[in-house]
Write a protein that binds this ligand. Structure first.
Ligand code: ARG
Length: 460
């Protein structure tokens, strides 16, 4: 019989029973549900709403249920609809009358709101740890390749010389924002909805500060309707995860390009690559491709919840039961992607020779050539045009700027002198880009140190 069967004259149709139930997925909230119930019962006792004996029986009963669930001894049932009613029924079966007092001054609406908030809040540190680990891997790789020249790209066209370290540290910088975005969301969500009741609070003399504190919240939520209707924290969380996955996906795309024969800037470790069932030569970057593919899932999770929420009048509506699966899916996806991605980056072999070779073609020192003339007194715009002509000339004969003999350079501009070849040397071009945030070694060293400090400051 349903906990809420009092006013009903008929059994629920079997189809509705299954359709309505959420126990298949919300059983993941069992720990949070029990923690919330213990805090609630304790507060009811402290406020004189139920007896201390009842509180003791409830707490003991709930702890017993927790142990049984963790030991795999509990079978949940769709007849009890969701995790909240499953646990309440188990409790009453176990301790009798006292179990029936637990739901005093509470509704499943504030109960699910607090459970889900606790769940999301608890996952954030795990994800943050995984991001920090990936950042450490990036720092360790970057440390090895601070002088490894590679072409930096815009429009996927070779643009200017950078180091492989500089490229990797760009991702480390993005990941720092992912960490602070998650921590920011965690901070903002840390208000407790418990005690909002069904929507309109309660006539019992409850102490919402007590339950808020017991569950590690900064304060109770200030409006009971908002308390039961708000899923902003889940949306912020999914948004932060979507941005994080977007970063991983861009990185994955580069890994895929880099290990193609067209680039061959890296080789993935055999343990992090896969083969083909027909083509014996193939070694495929499936891990990177799956990370890129799974990014779409996480975006979908965000869109599902945004769409579910957009037309819901205040306060609770059953639509909101649809909040859990997308959040669980996003958590599972992200928590699977981050460690495998970090391991893939950690174990890759970097082909600095191929990077350097690629850097040698494509005129990535053309800006430096124009800067050379500018430093000798030519206005930059004229220097730009002059070098443009030189590039056109080189393209026709198939040579590089530094292969032009000095007398030919001097027929274009008398400002060219023998030191131009130093200015065109790619190692010098990179080393001289010492502006704050640039690829010069002193700057990548500073960046690596900053990220290492960030990781240390956020490590638990
Ligand atoms: N299983 C429900 C959910 O996840 C719990 C809240 C149900 N409340 C209600 N009044 N039907 O949203």
């Amino acid at each position: 019989m349903k906990l809420w069967s009092g006013r009903f004259g008929k059994e629920t149709d079997a189809l509705v029973n299954d359709f309505n139930a959420s126990i298949q997925f919300d059983q993941r909230l069992y720990k949070e549900d029990i923690a919330g119930s213990i805090a609630h019962a304790t507060m009811l006792g402290d406020c004189g709403i139920i007896s201390k004996e009842d509180v003791a029986a409830i707490v003991e009963g709930l702890n017993g249920i927790l142990a049984d669930i963790e030991a795999g001894k509990v079978e949940f049932t769709a007849d009890n609809e969701d995790i909240h009613m499953n646990i309440e029924s188990l409790l009453t079966a176990r301790i009798g009358q006292a179990g029936k007092r637990l739901h005093t001054a509470r509704s499943r609406n504030d109960q699910v709101a607090v459970d889900f908030r606790l769940y999301v809040r608890n996952e954030i540190p795990t994800i943050v740890d995984q991001i920090l680990h990936l950042q450490s891997v990036l720092c360790a790789q970057a440390e090895k390749y601070q002088t490894a020249v590679m072409p930096g790209y815009t429009h996927l066209q070779r643009a200017q010389p950078i180091s492989f370290a500089q490229h990797l540290m760009a991702y480390a910088a993005m990941l720092s924002r992912d960490v602070t975005r998650l921590l920011d969301c965690q901070k903002r969500m840390n208000e407790c909805p418990l005690g909002s009741g069904a929507l309109a609070g309660t006539t019992y003399p409850i102490d919402r500060w007590e339950t808020a504190k017991a569950l590690g919240f900064d304060a109770p939520m200030g409006n009971s309707l908002d308390g039961v209707s708000d899923r902003d924290y889940a949306l912020e969380f999914l948004s932060a995860l979507s941005v994080l996955m977007m970063h991983l996906s861009r990185f994955a795309e580069e890994v895929i390009l880099w290990c193609s024969w067209e680039f061959k800037f890296i080789d993935l470790d055999d343990a992090y690559s896969t083969g083909s069932s027909i083509m014996p030569q193939k070694k495929n970057p499936d891990v990177a491709e799956l990370v890129r593919g799974k990014t779409g899932r996480v975006y979908g999770d965000l869109m599902s919840l945004l769409t579910a929420m957009k037309g819901i009048p205040l306060a609770y509506n059953k639509d909101m039961q649809e909040d859990k699966e997308p959040v669980f899916d996003a958590i599972d996806t992200v928590e699977m992607c981050l460690p495998v991605f970090a391991a893939m980056i950690d174990t890759m072999t970097v082909r600095t020779d191929n990077m350097r070779k690629a850097a040698g073609h494509g005129f990535i020192n053309a800006t430096d050539c124009a800067d050379y003339l500018t430093k000798k007194g030519m206005p930059f715009r004229d220097a730009y045009t002059t070098v443009g002509h030189l590039v056109a000339q080189c393209t026709q004969t198939g040579i590089t700027l530094e292969e032009l003999p000095l007398n030919e350079l001097q027929t274009i501009s008398p400002l060219f002198e023998a030191d131009v070849y130093d200015a065109l040397n790619l190692e010098n071009c990179m080393a001289l880009r010492g502006s704050y945030g640039g690829p010069a070694v002193a700057e990548t060293t500073r960046q690596i140190k900053a990220v290492r400090n960030f990781v240390a400051a956020h490590t638990r």
